[in-house]
Design a protein around this ligand. Sequence first.
Ligand SMILES: [Zn+2]
Ligand SMILES: [Zn+2]
Length: 371
Amino acid sequence: MSPGEEKTPPTMDICSATFKRRQITNADRTDDVQKDDVQKDDVQKDDESTAKVVYVPRIKWPDLGAQIFIHVGFLYGLYLVLTQAKLLTTLWVFVTIYTSGFGITAGVHRLWSHKAYKAKWPLRLLLVFLFTITGQKDVYTWALDHRVHHKCSETDADPHDVRRGFFYAHVGWLFMTPHPDVVAKRKAIDMSDLEADSIVMWQKRLYIPLFALLTIGLPVAVPCYFWSESLWISFWVNFNFRFCINLNIAFCVNSVAHMWGQKPYDKDISPVENIAVSIASLGEGYHNYHHVFPWDYKTGELGNYPFNITTGFIDAFARIGWAYDRKYVSPEMIRRRAHRSGDGSHIWGYGDIDISKDDLTELDMMNNHEL
Ligand SMILES: [Zn+2]
Ligand SMILES: [Zn+2]
């Protein structure tokens, strides 16, 4: 490779783990050409351009201010829930959270980020409506960051890189300047499918008024109109308190589901299977599976509805034809992958070589009525 070629920004088409390897390779090559003054100068220039990539994160104060407002407001909302809010107002919080949540799980995540199934326009419109109620940016921006997260998980190009700790992956990444590799990778991801989706681009263009109308206006207005809740209480409870809970459930997929749980499908990556996250997030906690098979519309091996209700939601719309072309993974494909790279926690049944010796001995004794 010529020195000229090395000046091409290496982060445009690869993640930073590879970027680091390339830096080492360049350094090795520098040793080989030390006697050549011309080439040495070029390599020094490359080293200088590489040095510019050093990442010094800065706080984005308006975004930090927004997070502080949301979380402090949550405490005041909680106080109102416990002391003054009507029961229906509190119930409306959780109705809103768990209906709008499908806009994240079935919408921006499984449909638009991963193309795990296809949806006709009435369903896409419904999902955009629900997703906007959650207030988690526009579909395009969310899906872009999520595609980068999957392509570059646990590298400098991962927007919420869990190697930087729980707090950063959970919320810190939202008010810190991103690593240059994240910025470069965002430009390299193909988003042509979303750019061709008129509903997605319409929501992106009108996001601010839609946020005012659907994230704040609608959830706050319903209790005031239907059961005469005060506007003050409804704002803090049905906007702030609700918004904060909804955000933190989604945040847990990036933090908790990358830290604590089992890794039946690939033990060498950080995502885990976490049932608590799954229950809270309508079935999005089977994260080890999801990172291994991101095209599966169930985002988990188990399509059981109680713990993966989003799968039930998509299947229901498939029955009326609004959802179709659902992608999934064969049991044999799962078994092969689990045996190749899993942590041994994936057991297909009696006879599996990954059943622990103690369990197997006890199991055989039970079957032989020796216990
Ligand atoms: Zn995903
Ligand atoms: Zn993840």
